[in-house]
Design a protein around this ligand. Structure first.
Ligand code: 13P
Length: 260
């Protein structure tokens, strides 16, 4: 399981350090659960110092597809790598919605991240109109297909996909465990068709959209839900810690049941 915190445009120069310290503390007993936090770019170097030597890894929330050049305000994958980032969120619905990011751009960024050995957390998900029209599978399948076009993967750890239904992000509304499972299974099937069984079965597919301690165990308990991409509930270390704990309990339960 992978539990990732997307801090979005939150925290400041001192609270980012406090929050990162809190997440480190909360992750001490995370067992096999992987934990990562994605602060705003401007605070990555403050946070990386706190994470050094701990089991919490660092991620960014976006990057440019090119390595360097005259692109004012942008940050490249090379820069993120040089700072110690392991993950980068790409194609988040807020980037698609507010910054006009297209499937083609997402695809270029994903290809670049993989080349740099930065693990992209590729976000896909339908909006409310698309769900109401029963088009969620078509929409998400197209997003996955575009994002992964032409990729070769050396291992299932090289990529993460996050299913984030737009209607559930920051709204307090959550996909039901059955809805999440249905979409995650679809995503895994698409990955299997493109990359084969070994990569598909090892791939982390995260759920994102108002995940919190009260619903985490039910969502994470679904067969194809391999973790969470958490927004609001990642901004308080103890709340995020409860989600990590839920993931840890599920891992423990599944190990116990596979040994009896
Ligand atoms: P919320 O958990 O605040 O709904 O945000 C989810 C998300 O967008 C994570 O990337």
């Amino acid at each position: 399981m992978l539990i990732a915190g997307n801090w979005k445009m939150n925290t400041d120069a001192s609270s980012c350090v406090d929050l990162a310290r809190g997440v480190v503390r909360e992750s001490e007993n995370a067992g096999v659960v992987r934990v990562t936090i994605c602060p705003p770019n401007v605070f990555l170097s403050n946070v990386v110092k706190v994470l050094d030597g701990t089991r919490v890894s660092l991620g960014a929330q976006n990057m440019h597809a090119l390595g360097s050049g005259a692109y004012t305000g942008e940050v490249s994958g090379e820069m993120l790598r040089s700072l110690g980032c392991r993950y980068v969120i790409l194609g988040h619905s807020e980037r698609r919605q507010y910054f006009g990011e297209t499937d083609a751009e997402v695809s270029r960024k994903v290809t670049k991240a993989i080349k740099l050995k930065l693990v992209p957390i590729v976000c896909v998900g339908e909006n409310l109109d698309q769900r109401r029209a029963g088009r969620e599978r078509v929409v998400v399948a197209a997003q996955v297909k575009y994002a992964l076009e032409g990729l070769t993967l050396s291992s299932s750890n090289a990529l993460v996909i996050a299913y984030e239904p737009v209607w559930a992000i920051g709204t307090g509304e959550t996909a039901s465990p059955a809805q999440a499972q249905d979409m995650h299974a679809l995503i895994r099937t698409l990955v299997r068709q493109q990359f084969g069984e070994k990569i598909a079965s090892g791939l982390h597919i995260l759920y994102g959209g108002s995940m919190k301690p009260a619903n985490a165990k039910d969502l994470l308990g679904e067969k194809d839900v391999d973790g969470g991409l958490i927004g609001g509930a990642s901004l308080q270390a103890n709340v995020f810690g409860q989600i990590i704990q839920a993931a840890q309990e599920i891992e423990q339960d599944s190990r116990t049941s596979s040994t009896v």
